[in-house]
Structures are given as structure tokens and as C-alpha cells.
Design a protein around this ligand. Structure first.
Ligand SMILES: CC(C)(COP(=O)(O)OP(=O)(O)OC[C@H]1O[C@@H](n2cnc3c(N)ncnc32)[C@H](O)[C@@H]1OP(=O)(O)O)[C@@H](O)C(=O)NCCC(=O)NCCS
Length: 152
């Protein structure tokens, strides 16, 4: 198995990442509307992505952008490793790339929110040096989000 981490650069790659993320619908209102908008934003470079491949297939991706209200903050919008490839360091490799990108581009913080019951994601992020900053009802009335940050 030859694994690689790549920075998304062209339309063909946008399509592949889009199709990968589409396989894992999330419990957010209008997820597919969001995803279609996200695809356009990846094409314009407004959103950016690193993705992991194994034998030419995408097995993980992370999508991020400059936080809309605070330009010194990099916000991760979607992070996913395919379950059959979990616990092999793929998520760690993607996180390292985002972190390096953020430092290189002078962001001072990385931020991500996830459902309060997404314990795998929360534990993963805490292991990577993130701390819980707040809990807020951002998308669903019955499910709060945990906001985690990593200071750079
Ligand atoms: C969280 C996630 C990104 C981890 O990816 P991964 O490639 O398995 O992570 P790694 O192999 O790099 O694991 C690094 C560390 O994270 C922690 N970790 C990863 N998966 C974990 C799990 N299921 N339970 C507890 N800790 C976990 C461990 O400490 C692990 O280190 P270890 O294997 O040495 O114990 C992946 O499980 C995933 O995509 N989950 C779904 C994410 C999601 O819901 N995204 C949508 C909201 S943004």
C-alpha cells in the first residue's frame, strides 16, 4: 500500500474529494446543500483541502477555510477518515498538514466544531493538542456542538 497526503489543487481533485465526503452524510440540516456549496468554494479556493490516498483511492480528507469573522483563525469544516483505514495514522497525518499550513500562513489558532456525542472526534482532537473552548447550539436545537481550538 502506497499512501500519500496531497493538497487539493484542481477541479478533478475537487470532484474526487466531493464524492468521498458525499459518502458520509452528517447529521446537520441541509448537509447536501452545504456540500454542493462547499464544492464550489473548493473550486474557487475559498475553501481548501488536504486529502489522503491509498492505491489511488481517497481514504481521508480535511476541508478548511479562514474563519469568516476572525481572519487569524483557520476553521476546519469537515474531517473524515474512512473507517476501514482508521487507526493507521491517516487522521494524524492530515491534522499535521493542516497545522503546518496554518503556521506557515500565520494563523494563530485552529478551530473546529463537532457534535457533542462525537466522542471519537473529540478524543482524537484532544490527543492532537486541541482544548474544548465552548459548547453551543449551532445547527440543531437538540444537539449541542463542542467547539475545540488549538493555539499555534
Ligand atoms: C477521528 C478520526 C479523524 C481519526 O482518524 P484516524 O486516522 O483513525 O486517526 P489516527 O490513526 O491518526 O489516530 C490518532 C489518535 O487519535 C485517537 N483516536 C483515533 N480514533 C479513536 C477512537 N475511535 N477512539 C478513541 N481515540 C481515537 C487515538 O489516540 C489515536 O492514537 P492511537 O491509535 O495511537 O491510540 C476518524 O476516526 C474519523 O474520521 N472519524 C469520524 C469523524 C467525523 O465524525 N467527522 C465529521 C465531523 S468533523
Amino acid at each position: 500500500m502506497i499512501g500519500e497526503i496531497k493538497f487539493l489543487k484542481d477541479y478533478k481533485e475537487v470532484q474526487k474529494v466531493y464524492e468521498f465526503v458525499k459518502k458520509f452524510p452528517l447529521d446537520y440540516p441541509n448537509f447536501f446543500v452545504w456540500l454542493d456549496k462547499c464544492k464550489k468554494q473548493l473550486e474557487t479556493g475559498d475553501k481548501k483541502s488536504f486529502y489522503a490516498t491509498s492505491n489511488g483511492q481517497i481514504i481521508g480528507s480535511v476541508i478548511f477555510q479562514t474563519e469568516r469573522r476572525e481572519s487569524s483563525v483557520l476553521e476546519i469544516k469537515n474531517f473524515r477518515v474512512a473507517e476501514e483505514h482508521s487507526r493507521k495514522g491517516v487522521g494524524s497525518a492530515l491534522e499535521i498538514m493542516v497545522c503546518s499550513y496554518a503556521k506557515f500562513n500565520s494563523y494563530n489558532k485552529i478551530q473546529i466544531d463537532t457534535h457533542q456525542n462525537n466522542l471519537t472526534m473529540i478524543q482524537f482532537l484532544i490527543k492532537k493538542g486541541y482544548t474544548i473552548e465552548a459548547e453551543e447550539y449551532l445547527y440543531l436545537l437538540d444537539k449541542p456542538e463542542v467547539i475545540l481550538v488549538k493555539k499555534l
